[in-house]
Design a protein around this ligand. Structure first.
Ligand code: SF4
Length: 494
């Protein structure tokens, strides 16, 4: 692939290089706001000193909204640097590649690679959604394009605001996977708990990970707080204590505006004091509000420690990585021990070559291959909820099938879990809690950092054993390149 040199300076890249604390604003590209209005907001925001970029959302809260690429184009025209949210919701890997090529053609380098919220229910009906790749695989894909010459800068999400052991530890493991896959910087989900911001920073520092992190600073009004208190949209949460305070503030003549801007400024000051790369401001599109937050946070920057205690609205009794006791691992179940023995990756070399020969023969006899696939499925559907993907990673996922995750993730939970419950089906436990518990029992938590590539979809309905021994499946250590595309379009004339 031929690289497209982008001649304009990238303010995000420059700020990160210079180690300068900086500010983003989140521009929600909701269908409720017209393109003209978004463009008008972008023009005003572009004039705010210290603001380096706008995150342009996609599928925020599960609603498709405007095409973020189109909005990024409009934002850029107004002189504001877009950081485009690229979600995996209902996009094939080829469509993602096409979007990235389009962004490159427009001279947009900054991409926020996320799984994306699951589409909202229409009435009582749960829509079907397809996630061809997950967020870690998306980072891998963009990184491959970068290695072929396209100068993308990749940001990723992380939420330290998880208050159960499995949710919290897995968020950090997954962040490490994203960094290993090529992430340049991270942005936290929203939360109001400085103890958690500290925890994330310490986690990275202790591992020598220098990846810059922007902390989310959401300007919290009473209406939003009410929704967040119910964990809506997924990944957002506000404690009952903070909800009460914000509700009280809303009774003031200004409906709590001054108080919420002050809280946002204090949070930004604390983030700066903790060594974060910047503040990612959401909850307002007003250039005046952003100006006030930036000015005030710079004024009080030196006193940040004073405010740190104030902004600690965590979950009572919730899990903290460095402070909370961890229950002893559960004893391993018989089924897990048995699976360790029959797991193809554990097959001794001599038996492996015998099996390769036998399964090669089976593969050439369609009725035998079909019978094997059916027998495999019959066993795995009852034991694991198998969906015959033909590309089995049970061994890498502690004998939990990834296809039982509504987003078919293969590299860890999305950011939508709440106290171990699934974003899509809140009455169900997130499957990744079981993955974590099993790994903990087997003393293999570190192994969960292994990158798992997306499945080879052409193998649906075939025997994963045949595919494994004949090297057709995509698995750790055997991933195909994700990008096999033609040269990029010509650079945009500047
Ligand atoms: S990973 Fe694929 S083959 Fe393995 S149990 Fe799940 S659906 Fe079946």
């Amino acid at each position: 692939m031929v690289g497209n040199p982008i001649s304009e300076a990238n303010p995000i890249r420059e700020a990160l290089k210079g180690g300068r604390f900086s500010y983003f604003v989140e521009l929600v590209a909701s269908a409720k706001t017209t393109e003209e209005k978004l463009q008008e907001m972008a023009a005003e925001l572009a004039q705010v000193p210290g603001l380096i970029a706008a995150g342009v959302t996609s599928y925020a809260g599960g609603s498709a909204g405007h095409d973020p690429i189109r909005i990024a184009e409009l934002v850029k025209e107004k002189g504001l640097t877009p950081n485009v949210h690229l979600t995996c919701v209902n996009h094939t890997r080829q469509e993602l590649i096409d979007s990235l090529l389009k962004l490159n053609g427009m001279g947009v380098e900054n991409v926020f690679a996320i799984s994306g919220d699951y589409p909202l229910k229409t009435g009582d009906a749960q829509p079907e959604a397809d996630y061809d790749v997950d967020s870690v695989q998306l980072v891998e894909l963009i990184n491959e394009m970068r290695q072929q010459g396209l100068p993308f800068q990749i940001s990723v999400a992380v939420s330290p605001f998880k208050y159960t052991e499995a949710d919290c530890v897995y968020q950090y493991l997954k962040l490490e996977k994203k960094i290993a896959a090529g992430a340049d910087f991270a942005i936290t989900q929203l939360g109001y708990d400085v103890k958690k911001f500290r925890e994330l920073k310490r986690y990275l520092d202790e591992r020598g990970l220098k990846t810059p992190v922007f902390g989310n600073v959401y300007v919290l009004a009473a209406g939003a707080a009410k929704k967040f208190a119910k964990a809506e949209p997924p990944g957002c949460w506000v404690s009952p204590e903070l909800l009460e305070i914000v509700t009280e503030e809303a009774k003031a003549a200004d409906k709590g505006l001054a108080a919420r801007l002050e809280r946002a400024a204090k949070t930004a000051a604390v983030l700066r004091g903790l060594g974060f790369a910047g503040a990612y401001i959401g909850g307002t599109h007003s250039a005046d509000h952003i100006r006030t937050i930036i000015r005030r946070s710079e004024e009080i920057a030196e006193n940040w420690e004073e405010y740190a205690e104030e902004i600690t609205y965590g979950e009572k009794g919730g899990f903290y990585f460095y402070d909370s006791p961890r229950p002893a691992p559960k004893p391993r179940e018989f089924a897990q021990k048995l699976m360790d023995i029959i797991e193809p990756a554990n097959t001794p070399a001599p038996l492996r070559s015998v099996l390769k020969g036998v399964l090669g023969w089976v593969d050439h006899h369609p009725s035998a291959a079909h019978a094997l696939e059916r027998a495999e499925y019959a066993f795995k559907v009852s034991a694991f909820g198998c969906q015959a993907c033909g590309n089995c990673v049970l061994g890498e996922m502690e004998y939990v099938c990834p296809m039982t995750c509504p987003k078919s993730m293969r590299n860890g939970p999305c950011g939508g879990t709440h106290n171990g419950q699934c974003e899509v089906f809140p009455d169900r436990a997130c499957i990744w809690v079981r993955v974590y518990d099993h790994a903990k029992s087997a003393n293999r938590v570190e192994d969960l950092k292994t990158y798992i590539p997306p499945r080879n979809r052409a193998l649906q309905g075939t025997s994963s054993y045949i595919n494994y021994y004949l090297d057709r499946d995509y698995r750790p250590g055997h991933p195909p390149p994700l990008v096999q595309i033609a040269p990029a379009p010509a650079p945009v004339a500047k």
